[in-house]
Design a protein around this ligand. Sequence first.
Ligand SMILES: [Fe+2]
Ligand SMILES: [Fe+2]
Length: 146
Amino acid sequence: MDIFQILKKEHDQVKSLMNQMLSKKESKADDLMRQIHKELSVHMQGEEKLFYPMLEEDDSSREKALEGYEEHHVAKGVLKELQKMNHADERWMAKVSVLKEIVEHHVEEEEKELFKAAKGVFEKEEVKEIGKKYLEEKERMMSSMK
Ligand SMILES: [Fe+2]
Ligand SMILES: [Fe+2]
């Protein structure tokens, strides 16, 4: 898989996890939150390490990349707050909804704009190479989080 296929697949996974979360399966809330936190954190960290830096350096994609970092920053803040909060708190669902909106908006921009710009920045070989490095990095991060 190349980097675009990998990132798209992870976007779909996270979106599906958040939809499950909002379908109010109370008993699974903590489990789902743990999963969302892990998947999203690793995804953002991987993108920031291997995907964004080259886009930040190119004039054609710099602005979008900088915006992406800021959206990650906001999502991380909300994730952090959710971790400290009990899911019985009435603000819990409101916060999950906001996280979902932020993530969906961000994912749409990435897929529609940043991926497009990246295709002009990365060489064909790089697209595969970055994908490989991304998966290695992900495995490393996942095992350090256990
Ligand atoms: Fe992202
Ligand atoms: Fe992403």
